[in-house]
Design a binder for this molecule. Structure first.
Ligand SMILES: Nc1nc2c(c(=O)[nH]1)N[C@H]1C(S)=C(S)[C@@H](COP(=O)(O)OP(=O)(O)OC[C@H]3O[C@@H](n4cnc5c(=O)[nH]c(N)nc54)[C@H](O)[C@@H]3O)O[C@H]1N2
Ligand SMILES: Nc1nc2c(c(=O)[nH]1)N[C@H]1C(S)=C(S)[C@@H](COP(=O)(O)OP(=O)(O)OC[C@H]3O[C@@H](n4cnc5c(=O)[nH]c(N)nc54)[C@H](O)[C@@H]3O)O[C@H]1N2
Ligand SMILES: [Mo]
Length: 787
């Protein structure tokens, strides 16, 4: 292990750095050239596969090369030639593997055999599929209450799998269907229906092509949805404004070179992406948008006095909205010094953003985890909608709200039944279709599942993908609690840390990945997904399966259902697995408004869009209008805020993703755009904070969560790394820092863990001078300090 380095990255996003990075991973995963041609099928609907990385929309007609650096990495990672089979598990005890890093675990390659944990030898041992399903079925039937079992879903599985999985859980008797969006865009699912009557983005690619203003709040496009950089580049070339709000300067939002354009690659020029970049304080967004709105109101007052064209869209406000007067009054009541202190931005900066906003006729507001993962994440989203409503930027071409989703099918899973909320279930249809009574009680979301596991109420956990214990808050509490589970079943493609945190009965069930050919009784199967813009399309895998024993996810769900549930004459699971068209027919019957004629429409070259009232200015809200919703206060994190960013030894920590990871999947230890190489165990700090806290660059510190609940939470050692980040704020990587995040520290109304604002105190453990001599672990797995 070598010393980590920090060297600012001066190149644009995309460009040669991106091309090298793709080539490196293809070589590292030993993907032969024929395998590299897989990439030609990436994001080509109908006869190609949807990228397994992010959920950004795929253009139609497609580009010749429809993938980005991170999509190529994700494909290569799934199609590695490495295998993690019974010999591997025979050679290593689980206790030994617990000391491995996340990277080393997944780097063993694809899981190939169903495995059961054997406590006596502390090893996973091969079992037959029949043995596995028989025992899991018996365990599920033996639970005293179906609500003791959680059916978790990560965001990658298809619409078909998701629908079947939700049905399995409900027929078993529970709505315990939490998913990764409970840690992600659940804040959007709560906020947007109240404001505009839809739970998802109102924006399509068509709007992206027509907008003249994009406002980005807390979304890291260059890393998290790099294909969107093409639309941003086009927008800039049209002269659109791109205004970014982020505590740190993310390269993709600064400059971009299209790595697929030979002309651009050979030219020294890059496209400047953001026309304004505002480095606000963590959690400063509600205050910043209040400032922008205040400036807009002042501009409108002036226009009215001078007899000029009004700045606000008064017709739209009168005809389509409710709550404007109260909102405007609330905004006017806030004084600039307070807004400046709370947002971390100057009045001039907020006024400049307002001027840019008023110049644009069609504005899109895009946002990500920097907004949703706060105590007031829901209120912050509603504030972004308020900003759009002021100038009628909703339900017209080129305008709207754009929550940029994470996992590639996370939005779609919710559309077909993955939800813990009973009211969202089409109970009448399910009753008619399958003759059973869906449970009427709400189930648990992710945070409630964690609480239930910690309290011992949850006894069984089935995971359709994901790496739950690693992704959720309070690692040091969830891991020991997990060991008390009666049943832990993980349907997975790669080995991860959650597999090593075993329950009394633990299984790993290996499945096909999305890029792989899925052959069933009626022939090769297609599957479907819904992207960030509500576009639903058909795909099919192109690669040979990684192992002969792998089952498809629908097959695994069906086999679980058959050994767990009573036979049901109205539901033939085998027929469904034999032909996924039949699953889609069932989806169309349950959700006719969205999925009518599903099997036909999914084959349309551009797919089809779900109907979204708000994009036609039909408001399915309690008032029948779009609602201005006034937040209760300016702070996004009222409980942890220290009233500004004055001298204090508590910092706000945001947990972020590197350019070399997909959630808990770590591809490597470099975060190229941020100039960090060789380690993830770093803490990015403002230079003034480093001096003020008596530290120097290279010191190793331990970060301790500063909350008052009697639990000690710490992580370290982290290398002190100076960074361009506002004073009082600092950043560290997810999932290594999850141990610091208390399970109760979540968005108040959506229960999304507040992973972007953890109050921490730093303690020096090794001074720089001696730190330099000692080698550094890139990301020790057991860095989680427990007390
Ligand atoms: N390569 C790659 N792509 C991914 C993923 C991945 O891990 N790797 N994950 C996928 C998933 S599931 C998701 S949900 C998305 C996540 O993608 P994003 O929504 O981009 O989420 P993060 O990467 O966590 O970081 C969000 C950004 O918010 C900023 N931020 C933090 N706090 C604040 C704040 O208070 N205000 C503002 N305005 N900004 C703030 C951070 O600096 C960072 O730039 O990406 C998806 N795509
Ligand atoms: N501190 C902090 N915590 C966070 C976040 C944060 O920003 N900060 N972000 C949150 C967010 S936005 C999210 S979405 C969650 C992510 O939480 P999860 O979705 O639970 O985690 P992933 O890391 O995406 O899951 C990776 C595992 O999925 C399995 N897998 C991959 N492909 C497939 C497949 O096709 N099928 C199946 N069955 N399994 C597959 C592999 O075994 C792999 O190890 O984490 C959340 N946690
Ligand atoms: Mo996510």
């Amino acid at each position: 292990m070598s010393q980590p380095t920090f060297k600012p990255y001066h190149a644009p996003a995309g460009g040669w750095g991106s091309a090298y990075s793709v080539a490196n991973i293809l070589i590292r995963e030993k993907i032969p050239l024929s395998g590299a041609s897989l990439l030609l099928k990436q994001n080509k609907p109908i006869d190609g596969f949807a990228c397994v990385s992010c959920a950004w929309a795929k253009p139609h007609p497609t580009r010749p090369l429809s993938f980005c650096e991170n999509g190529a990495k994700a494909t290569a990672w799934e199609n590695t030639t490495r295998r993690c089979g019974p010999e591997f598990f025979a050679a290593h005890t689980v206790t030994e593997l617990l000391n491995w890093t996340d990277f080393d675990l997944e780097n063993q390659g694809r899981l190939t055999h169903p495995m059961r944990y054997d406590a006596a030898s502390d090893r996973y041992r091969e079992v037959t599929w029949e043995q596995a399903f028989a025992e899991i079925g018996d365990e599920l039937k033996a639970m005293s209450d179906p609500n003791q079992v959680v059916f978790y879903m990560s965001g990658r599985a298809s619409l078909e799998t998701a629908y079947m999985y939700a049905l399995l859980a409900r027929m078993y008797g529970t709505n315990n269907l939490p998913d990764s969006s409970n840690m992600c865009h659940e804040s959007s699912s709560v906020a947007l229906p109240e404001s505009i009557g839809v739970p998802v983005a109102t924006v399509t690619l068509n709007d992206m092509e027509r907008t003249d203003g994009l406002f980005f709040f807390g979304q890291n496009t260059g890393t998290s949805s790099p294909r969107m950089l093409h639309e941003l580049q086009d927008a800039r070339k049209r002269g659109a404004e791109i205004v970014t709000f982020n505590p740190i300067r993310e390269r993709g939002l600064e400059r971009f070179v299209d790595p697929q354009s030979p002309r651009e690659m050979l030219s020294p020029d890059s496209t400047v992406i953001s026309t304004q970049y505002h480095q606000l304080a963590i959690g400063g967004d509600i205050a910043a948008v209040t400032g922008i709105c205040k400036a807009l109101l002042a501009m409108d007052d002036a226009a009215q006095q001078n007899g000029q064209a009004r700045v606000l869209d008064l017709d739209f406000i009168a005809q389509h909205t409710q709550g404007f007067e109260a909102f405007a009054q609330w905004v006017r009541n806030h004084r600039w010094p307070v807004l400046e202190r709370r947002s971390g931005l100057s009045r001039t900066a907020m006024e400049a953003a307002a001027t840019a906003y008023a110049r644009c006729q069609r504005v899109i507001v895009a946002y990500g985890m920097g907004i949703t993962q706060h105590r007031h994440g829901v209120e912050a989203i509603q504030m972004l909608v308020n900003l759009l409503l002021l100038r009628g930027n909703m339900g017209k071409e080129g305008a709207g709200i754009l929550p940029v989703r994470g996992h590639s099918n996370v939005q779609g899973q919710r559309t077909v039944g993955i939800t813990e909320k009973a009211e969202k279930v089409p109970a009448d249809n399910l009753r008619r279709q399958f003759g059973f009574e869906p449970p009427s009680e709400d189930g648990v979301n992710t945070v409630e599942a964690c609480e239930g596991i910690i309290a011992g109420r949850i006894r069984g956990f089935i995971a359709m993908g994901g790496n739950f214990t690693r992704a959720v808050p309070d690692t040091s509490q969830i891991e020991p609690a997990w060991r008390k589970l009666r049943l832990s079943v993980q349907v997975s493609t790669k080995l991860n840390r959650n597999h090593l945190i075993t329950g009394e009965v633990s299984y790993i069930l290996p499945c096909l990945g999305r890029t792989e050919i899925d052959h069933q009784a009626s022939g090769e199967q297609r599957h479907t997904t819904e992207d960030s813009t509500g576009c639903i399309r058909a795909w099919r895998g192109a690669a040979e399966p990684a192992g002969e024993l792998l089952l498809s996810e629908p097959d695994i769900v069906a086999r679980l259902a058959k050994t767990t549930l009573q036979p049901n004459p109205l539901l033939n699971w085998d027929a469904w697995v034999g032909n996924y068209d039949l699953v889609r027919d069932a989806i169309a019957e349950s959700y006719p408004e969205i999925f009518h004629d599903f099997n036909v429409r999914m084959m349309e070259p551009g797919g089809f869009h779900r109907p979204l009232g708000a994009s036609q200015r039909k408001w399915d809200t309690d008032t029948g209008k779009a609602n201005f919703i006034t937040p209760p206060e300016l702070a996004a994190d009222p409980d942890t805020e220290r009233g500004g960013h004055e001298q204090h030894d508590v910092l706000q920590l945001m947990t972020i993703r590197s350019n070399d990871q997909f959630n808990t999947t770590v591809y490597g230890y470099n975060d190229r755009f941020r100039g960090i190489h060789g380690s993830r165990m770093v803490i990015l700090m403002n230079r003034n904070d480093i001096v003020r806290l008596g530290l120097v660059e290279g010191d190793q510190i331990e970060a301790v969560t500063e909350v008052d609940d009697g639990v000690h939470r710490s992580v370290g050692p982290l290398r002190v790394t100076p960074y361009d980040i506002p004073e009082g704020c600092c950043a560290g990587y997810y999932p290594e820092c999850n141990v610091l995040l208390p399970v109760w520290h979540h968005a108040k109304r959506s229960k999304v863990p507040a992973a972007k604002s953890i109050p921490v105190r730093l303690r020096k453990v090794i001074a720089m001078a001696s730190a330099r001599a000692a080698p550094v672990d890139p990301a020790p797995p057991n860095s989680a300090g427990t007390a």
